[in-house]
Every structure is written in C-alpha cells, then in structure tokens.
Design a protein around this ligand. Structure first.
Ligand code: RB5
Length: 147
C-alpha cells in the first residue's frame, strides 16, 4: 500500500501544490489533497490544521503545506503537538530539516521558488533520513518544552 501524504495550500501555493500532487503520485505516494482547490483567496490556517492534525494524531507520518512565504502555514502547523513543520526554500534546507530537525511537515514558500525548485525541495525532504544521535536529544528537548 502506498504511503498517504496529505498536502494543502492557500491560494498563494495553489499552482505549486497542483504540481507537487502530480509529482507525489508519480513517485508512488498517495497524495491526499486537502485543498485549496482554486486560486481564489483563502485562509492558510484552515489547511495547515487539516494536515498538521493528521500528523499530530499519527494518522500519517508526514505532510506538505504551501503558502506565499511558508511562514503562516508553519506558525499554524507548529501549534500541533509533535509537529515539526519546516519552511524550506532550498533543497539544502529541506535536507537539513530532515537530517537535523526530523521535520515531519515540509512547508514551501511558494512565492519564492520556481515549480522545478519546489519539486527538488520536495524530493530532498522525502528521501533524506533523520540522523538521530545528538539531534534526537535536541528534538526531545523541544517536545519537553511543549508539554
Ligand atoms: C497570502 O497573501 C499570504 O499572506 C500567505 O500565503 C502566506 O504567505 C502567509 O504566511
């Protein structure tokens, strides 16, 4: 069975989301598109909560969000217990967000990357494992603070 990956955006991330949904399917994942479904203006927290709630509850292991800067989506997603939503504007940041920060939600700043860059960022995040070790100790400290 293929892994379900929820993906959501506001209007600013809509076009890139459409591309990433296709890329996820082509890579063998089952993208679950929670919206938005048009370029009409909408509110990013509505989609952030839909994706982050599933990650927080353990219904899925990871998810993807997009908005103009990535910031609003990350603020909302990171309110959920156990969520580590990382804004990544380059593939290198996406890789480090996995290796060092075990990011379980990738947030793309859709107004600051091209579609091809967005695909590269997604692939880097999907394929990079968490390094563990000293980074696991640091992440445990984040979780303690939020209890
Ligand atoms: C929408 O204009 C924009 O504010 C939103 O996409 C995002 O960048 C917010 O953080």
């Amino acid at each position: 069975m293929s892994e379900i990956i929820p993906i959501g955006s506001d209007h600013a991330g809509f076009e890139l989301k459409q591309r990433l949904v296709k890329e996820l399917a082509a890579l063998g994942f089952e993208p679950q598109d929670v919206g938005t479904h048009s370029a009409e203006s909408t509110d990013y927290p509505d989609y952030a909560h839909l994706v982050a709630d599933q990650v927080s509850r353990g219904q899925v292991t990871r998810g993807v969000l997009l908005c103009g800067t990535g910031l609003g989506m990350s603020y909302a997603a990171n309110r959920h217990h156990g969520v580590r939503a990382a804004v990544a504007g380059t593939a290198e940041i996406a890789r480090l967000a996995r290796e060092h920060n075990d990011a379980n939600i990738l947030v793309l700043p859709a107004r600051f990357v091209t579609e091809d860059q967005g695909v590269d960022i997604l692939k880097a995040w999907l394929t990079t494992p968490f390094e563990g070790g000293r980074h696991a100790r640091r992440i445990a400290k984040i979780e303690t603070e939020s209890d």
